[in-house]
Design a protein around this ligand. Structure first.
Ligand SMILES: Nc1ncnc2c1ncn2[C@@H]1O[C@H](COP(=O)(O)OP(=O)(O)OP(=O)(O)O)[C@@H](O)[C@H]1O
Length: 575
């Protein structure tokens, strides 16, 4: 809770405003009671004429307006404070998600991340929009009221001093129990969101395996336990409201009895004073009660904030970048003992040495799971190496400017991501600038996708991606190729399709790549004999080790496993 309070106190202007507004509200509350009692006193006990009451009515109206205005200002300031903190939380989270290297970004369920970003951050709202304003009011206004009550009738002040502390003591007791329940509720919500999105994304697979009914029950169970923990939290919130109500009613009752006895039986207090105190005392206890409810809301916020802090505190091996600019031409890459390991005991790429000269065509080959994609991601600067160095034109990758590096690079994976938008928008991502219709058409033609797109009713304006038209794996890759044609990168990393393509698509891919190769270095995770034979350099991986490097002919002569692999792949002899 202290961490959240600190966040609020860092916003000094807003806090100062809340203090001033609370003092004004306190003064207005006292003024309102004072004018009201004075009017009642004059009307009922002194039979005063209406004209003489006019200034008092003006005073009463002003006090009411001031109290309402200050209350409104406090509410608004709270909402602004919450919006400010929430936006800071969200941008810090997004920055943290965005700066995670690939393998950390892939950890955890997407649904849980969305729930953290949306629900958990929203849950923090109550702390700043309700608890903090109420806390400041409770620190100021009851003290003002108590001071006035003491000046009027010290015995009432003493009764308040004895009864009021029951409220914070009770709040602390309930708060202890609620904390665990609020933590459970946030945990359940995050699990529920994670399971729900996961099941939704894998619905087809689940149906195919006849698991839809089982998963329905999982979601049902997950949603029911979220409901139960929400009900638990609400139960204790209602119970605490009831108890706070009892405590304050009892206290007000005792005070009313004392005032009544003094006024009627002992005649030791004036009507003015008695009435004045009886109006102020409920306000005093109402503030404490409201603080109790706000305290409850704050408990939920603290659980959410703990989840946010836990996410933000996760440390990931981060990718370091520098400020060296990369010239817009194919770079010379050197691998100097470059190695990588997933986690502490995961798959390892053993230290590798090698040179990739500009404009070369490199094929990375090896059995499934030998580490080809991992090496490619390492070369792309998407994973941080465990040891060794990747040198770019003689400069360590870490010293390169991230922007300048990615400006020169295109990574075409087997399953490129298509964003919800039109085909044109998805292609334009490559260019990162305004592109003309002619450029779009040209890139689409070079990537071999133009014919297919133009046959669509809406052409390049056809919506694709989530909630849009679906595309085949080959079509997606060609959209990714079109992105590369628009970008004109000097380094292309291409994860060749493992599935057999039809002859025409295969021809288009080959032509497109030959075109791109004229102006760039192309590193391919290669599966087709054609690509492997054409490569200037072949990196042969086996079990995470770079077993051999050379051209097709060199490897055929020097490395028997190479020939075996190609034979197995082609189902015949290789020359
Ligand atoms: N995020 C990850 N965390 C831990 N291990 C991983 C991760 N991604 C991949 N691996 C493991 O690393 C090894 C190499 O994977 P990689 O994808 O690089 O192989 P590959 O040669 O490209 O395989 P394929 O040809 O089947 O695509 C595999 O054993 C895989 O299980």
């Amino acid at each position: 809770m202290n961490d959240l309070k600190q966040l609020a106190f860092q916003r000094k202007n807003k806090m100062a405003f809340l203090v001033v507004a609370s003092v004004l509200k306190g003064v207005a509350t006292i003024g309102q009671a004072l004018f009201f009692v004075a009017i009642a006193d004059r009307v009922f006990l002194q039979n005063a004429a209406f004209e003489s009451l006019l200034p008092l009515f003006v005073g009463l109206l002003s006090a009411i307006l001031l109290r309402a205005g200050a209350g409104y200002a406090i509410g608004r300031a709270g909402v602004n404070l919450a919006a400010d903190v929430k936006s800071e939380f969200r941008s810090t989270l997004i920055k943290s998600f965005a700066s995670n290297p690939l393998q950390s970004a892939a950890q955890g369920q997407s649904g849980q991340k969305v729930s953290l970003l949306m629900d958990a951050v929203d849950e923090v709202d109550g702390f700043f929009s309700k608890y903090i304003p109420q806390m400041i009011q409770t620190y100021i206004i009851p003290l003002l009221l108590l001071a006035v009550i003491f000046t009027q009738n010290w015995t009432t002040g003493v009764i308040i001093l004895i009864t009021a502390p029951f409220i914070p003591v009770f709040m602390a007791m309930v708060g202890k129990g609620t904390k665990k329940k609020a933590d459970e509720k946030m945990e359940q919500l995050s699990q529920f969101s994670g399971t729900f999105l996961d099941v939704l994304q894998g619905l087809t697979t689940l149906k195919l395996f006849g698991q839809a009914e089982k998963q329905r029950n999982t979601i049902r169970k997950s949603s029911l336990s979220f409901r139960d923990s929400t009900m638990d939290v609400l139960k204790s919130a209602f119970l605490s409201s009831l108890m706070l109500e009892y405590i304050s009613m009892l206290s007000i009752g005792i005070i009313a009895l004392e005032i009544g006895l003094r006024l009627v039986v002992f005649d030791s207090i004036s009507f003015f004073t008695a009435f004045f105190i009886l109006i102020l005392v409920p306000d005093f206890f109402n503030l404490l009660k409201d603080f109790g409810s706000a305290f409850h809301t704050a408990r939920g916020s603290v659980s959410a904030a703990n989840q946010l802090s836990a996410e933000l505190e996760k440390t990931h091996p981060s990718l370091v970048w520098g400020s060296e600019k990369l010239a817009p031409e194919p770079p010379h890459l050197s691998l100097e003992g470059l190695s990588f390991q997933y986690g502490d005991d995961g798959f390892t790429l053993a230290p590798m040495d090698g040179e990739i000269p500009p404009y070369s065509q490199v094929a990375i080959i090896g059995k499934s799971g030998s580490g080809k994609t991992t090496l490619m991601q390492l070369l792309a600067g998407l994973l941080p190496q465990s040891e060794g160095r990747l040198m770019i034109n003689g400069v360590q990758r870490e010293k390169m400017s991230e922007q300048s590096w990615f400006d020169q690079l295109s990574y075409i994976s087997q399953n490129p991501y298509l964003f919800a938008g039109t085909i044109r928008e998805n292609m334009e991502i490559g260019a990162n600038r305004q592109v003309s219709d002619a450029e779009i058409l040209d890139a689409a033609e070079k990537a071999g996708i133009a014919e297919m797109v133009l046959a669509l009713e809406q052409g390049f304006e056809t919506p694709i991606g989530e909630a849009g038209r679906g595309l085949s794996g080959g079509e997606k890759q060609r959209i990714a190729l079109a992105r590369a044609f628009l970008k004109k990168p000097s380094l292309i990393l291409f994860d060749e399709p493992t599935t057999g393509l039809d002859l025409r698509t295969e021809q288009i891919l080959q032509d497109s790549l030959s075109e791109l190769q004229k102006t760039s270095t192309v590193i391919t995770v290669a599966h087709r004999l054609h690509t492997i034979r054409k490569a200037d350099l072949i990196f042969f991986l086996d079990g995470g080790k770079l077993e051999a490097v050379g051209s097709h002919d060199e490897l055929l002569q020097t490395y028997s496993l190479y020939k075996e692999m190609l034979s197995a792949q082609q189902g015949g002899s290789v020359r």
